[in-house]
Design a protein around this ligand. Structure first.
Ligand code: HEC
Length: 150
């Protein structure tokens, strides 16, 4: 019983610590990880976008679920842009490592906008979601224009 409680505590500690401190055995693993996180984020962002653009019927619950995923995923890719991950199967531009503070600003901006988008989705009002969607999409584009190869 004691053992089980200890294991549970340990498991929950790891669950909390993992996103912030995940280490990668190889640079390829970090590149794969960040691309996967960005891909998942984009898929859920696209589902919100479809409702914003009228390509999909508005469903407040679906919008909220997807916006929550975007907000959560928006925190994950950035710690995977470490040393040595500028080469390989990646479209990341070398400027990311030369202008680390500016790149971080872009990532922070996205996280702030995605948090607002999730808050807007909680209101269940499509106009609120539309108002928050644009700035979030602009934060994607601004960073891609500066830091992602075509
Ligand atoms: C702070 C910069 C930054 C922000 C903000 C950002 N991205 Fe990116 N994104 C990148 C970089 C850099 C890459 C290239 C990653 C690589 O190839 O290693 C990328 C790659 C991607 C990819 C391709 C992943 C793959 O499998 O190659 C998608 C999809 C994507 N981003 C979607 C988004 C969406 C959607 C948003 C906004 C909701 C967003 N990104 C916001 C920097 C950013």
């Amino acid at each position: 019983m004691k053992n089980l409680a200890y294991t549970t505590i340990l498991a929950s500690m790891f669950a909390i610590a993992a996103p912030a401190q995940a280490q990668f055995a190889k640079p390829e693993d970090a590149i794969k990880y960040r691309k996967a996180a960005l891909t998942v984020m984009a898929a859920h962002f696209g589902r919100v976008g479809a409702m914003v653009n009228g390509r999909a019927p508005f469903d407040a619950k679906v919008a909220q679920e997807n916006a929550d995923v975007v907000a959560a995923m928006s925190k994950l890719p950035w710690h995977a842009f470490g040393e040595g991950t500028d080469r390989g199967d990646t479209r990341a531009k070398p400027e990311i490592w030369k202008e680390a503070a500016k790149f971080k600003e872009g990532a922070d901006k996205l996280q702030a906008e995605a948090t607002k988008l999730a808050a807007a989705a909680k209101t269940g009002n499509l106009d609120n979601i539309k108002a928050a969607f644009g700035p979030t999409a602009s934060s994607c584009k601004a960073c891609h224009d500066a830091y992602r190869k075509d």
